[in-house]
Write a protein that binds this ligand. Structure first.
Ligand code: 6R9
Length: 655
């Protein structure tokens, strides 16, 4: 096999006429991929040896207890060794790690050395506060440098971080603190969003109050001063981040605590098909090896690159492509705090121009939104530094793909459409220009990454013929796979390994074409992607039925031209309650305070009954058909067919 230890890509990525058959390097990738599968243990062994370990592994993969696969067993390392320490005696030490820009225009530049110092000081501070290996620390921070600093400080001392998206409500924060049993919370006074101050500390205080009501005990709340807005203070519990770290000298050094490769590196909560979000656990060794390599493969990363993932660290995309991926590769990353169209729709392009961004990674929702403002906003800026463009989070419409390619990329940048999920650690199906670029097709994520074997199966588990839609499966374990679900091993087995025994089931529809390209077609279950954010309809339903007036609720996703899909709720009221605008508002407020504004339903439809089968199951398909204006077909299995007419009427009225 060709060695990857040197710089992976020798060829230049030239102009890529995506309509032309074939890209000259196409087969080189396909060959490489095939070889990676021929001897996967050797392949991953070599990939892992590119990193620094305290102790090398005894076995690349322990598969003696499937599906609890364990990678690099016997190995010991700490992600800090590879993300920070190993750069300190190289030229990377003085290289920019983060160009940070606040929504208000404030900027900060942190070199790898700056980051190393900050992380060490904060790591020592956390130790002095009593944080021990395997303790969980919840991080509820906006997009400021203290977010990656906190993540690294926690993992440096052997702790486990649980980052909660700063847009989540106090109640959602509380649930996550309780589930993770965190005694320490890291937050900030506030941040900017669309020109307004978001009072994060207030939300954090309320979150801690609710968490303690629900049985947790939070000893310390560390507060970063981002804005200087007035905050309430809980003496003895609250401590300012800057007062804490200023006690330690600049040369504070904390040895990265040796961790077993199959220890938990972090937990990240994500939505599934049942009400409670699940804590996805990633491993110290496997996640590190996978993310380091995939970041390199996806972006063909070079020393001079300026990479910008326009996402929030509160989601997996940010964990992998803003924090761990760039730092493990010694790359320069851009981090932006605010809304992408504030104060004007050219904010992203202004940032690309200002920092000379070479690789830009965002979501189809962001692209649809930016496209809608018109090409002038893009063309106003010099985007000639861009060489690779990426997308993630939802299927990308071919016309949006072409706009991205032609208008943003000037027809010169490959589009790296990356299919993956929280559970997979990093991209699974995506082009890998860092190895060799394949011929692209607008709307297809192309082929699996090296070491990854994927397929599309029908209901009965047989591979579908080319062009026929089915369920995506991953056919063998990979290092970036989740370790499991925090505190719930059964849910791990049931959710991911039971639908098609022996295979990992992501819950996505897909189709493979005649040439073996994968086309990802969205979720096959009750999970929505609203503006790229993953939301379980069950979470919304569970919230709605907590209202005293609500007897039953069904939430489905309805297509939206910008956000991809939006939630719509059909609600049945208890006897004695009448539909009203006030009630609607109350229900929407409930969703906002229980989950967060991202989950706000587009419509609440009051009906007297939901379409159900005779056995009492809500027929969601029917709800979707009604709202997407499709013919309904056979409704004879319905318990009460008038339910359909009523829903139709309510939906038409709303539209
Ligand atoms: C990284 C991330 C996972 C779900 C996944 C799928 C959808 C992600 C996609 C895509 C089509 C892509 N998804 N990338 N669909 N094309 N390139 O988004 O993680 O928030 O866990 O969501 O997102 O449906 O199952 P997560």
């Amino acid at each position: 096999m060709e060695s990857l230890s040197e710089s992976p890509s020798k060829q230049e990525i030239e102009l890529l006429p995506y309509g032309e058959k074939y890209h000259p390097y196409h087969n080189k990738y396909v060959d490489f991929w095939r070889q990676s599968l021929a001897d996967p243990m050797r392949f991953w062994d070599e990939r892992a040896r590119e990193l620094v370990w305290y102790r090398t592994w005894d076995r690349v993969l322990d598969d003696s207890n499937p599906p609890f696969y364990r990678w690099f067993v016997g190995g010991e390392t700490n992600v800090n060794l590879n993300a920070l320490d190993r750069w300190m005696n190289t030229h990377v030490a003085n290289k920019v790690a983060y160009y940070w820009e606040g929504e208000d225009g404030t900027t900060r530049v942190l070199s790898y050395r700056d980051l190393f110092r900050e992380v060490n000081k904060f790591a020592r501070a956390l130790q002095d506060l009593g944080v021990k290996p395997n303790d969980t620390v919840t991080i509820y921070l906006p997009m400021i440098p203290e977010l990656p600093i906190s993540m690294l400080a926690v993992t440096r001392i052997g702790g486990i971080h649980s980052v909660v998206f700063s847009g989540f409500s106090p109640s959602a924060l509380a649930d996550r603190i309780v589930d993770a049993k965190s005694r320490v919370l890291i937050t900030a006074d506030g941040y900017w969003r669309k020109g307004k101050v978001v009072e994060l500390k207030k939300n954090a205080d309320e979150g801690v109050r609710l968490a303690e009501e629900r049985g947790a005990k939070v000893d310390k709340v560390i507060v970063v001063r981002r804005l200087g807005n007035q905050v309430a203070w809980n003496e003895g519990r609250d401590v300012w981040y800057h007062e804490l770290v200023s006690k330690y000298p600049e040369n504070t050094y904390v040895k990265p605590v040796p961790r077993k490769a199959d220890d938990v590196l972090f937990i990240l909560y994500t939505s599934g098909t049942t009400g409670k979000p699940k804590g996805i656990m990633h491993s110290v060794g496997g996640y590190m090896v996978y993310v380091y390599n995939v970041f390199k493969w996806n972006w063909d990363i070079r020393p001079e690159d300026v990479h910008w993932t326009m996402a929030d660290v509160g989601w997996i995309t940010g964990h992998t492509y803003i924090v761990y991926g760039p730092l493990l590769n010694g790359a320069t990353e851009v981090m932006y705090e605010g809304a992408i169209d504030y104060p004007q729709p050219d904010r992203p392009w202004q940032i690309v121009e200002r920092y000379g961004v070479t690789i830009f990674y965002t979501s189809p929702t962001a692209l649809r939104m930016l496209r809608q403002y018109g090409d002038e906003w893009v063309k106003k800026h010099d985007l000639s530094t861009l060489r690779i463009l990426g997308t993630v989070g939802e299927p990308i419409n071919p016309d949006v793909w072409k706009w991205y390619f032609e208008v943003v990329g000037r027809g010169k940048c490959p589009i790296v459409d990356t299919w993956w999920m929280t559970e997979t650690g990093a991209a699974m199906i995506a082009p890998a220009p860092g190895i060799s670029l394949v011929q692209l097709k607008p709307g297809s994520a192309t082929f699996p990454m090296p070491g990854i074997e994927a397929d599309v199966l029908d209901e009965s588990g047989k591979p579908t013929p080319p062009g026929v839609k089915g369920y995506l499966v991953i056919k063998r374990p990979w290092p970036g796979m989740l370790l499991g679900v925090w505190g719930d091993p059964e849910r791990y087995v049931k959710t991911y390994w039971s639908r098609f025994p022996g295979y990992f089931y992501p819950g996505d529809y897909a189709v493979k074409d005649e040439e073996g390209y994968f086309w990802l077609l969205g979720r096959a279950d009750e999970v929505l992607k609203v503006a790229g954010h993953r939301i379980g309809t069950a979470e919304l339903e569970d919230t709605l039925i907590k209202h005293p007036a609500v007897a039953e609720a069904a939430v489905i996703g309805v297509p939206d031209p910008i956000k991809g899909e939006v939630p719509v709720a059909a609600v049945v009221l208890k006897a004695g309650y009448r539909p009203s605008e006030d009630l609607k508002k109350e229900l929407i407020d409930m969703i906002r305070t229980n989950i967060g504004p991202i989950a706000t339903p587009q419509a609440i439809l009051f009906v007297s009954k939901l379409p159900k089968t005779r056995s009492g199951k809500i027929m969601r398909r029917l709800l979707k058909d009604i709202m997407e204006g499709r013919p309904l077909g056979d409704t004879t299995t319905l318990e009460d067919p008038t339910a359909v007419d009523e829903l139709k009427r309510a939906w038409d009225e709303f539209k």
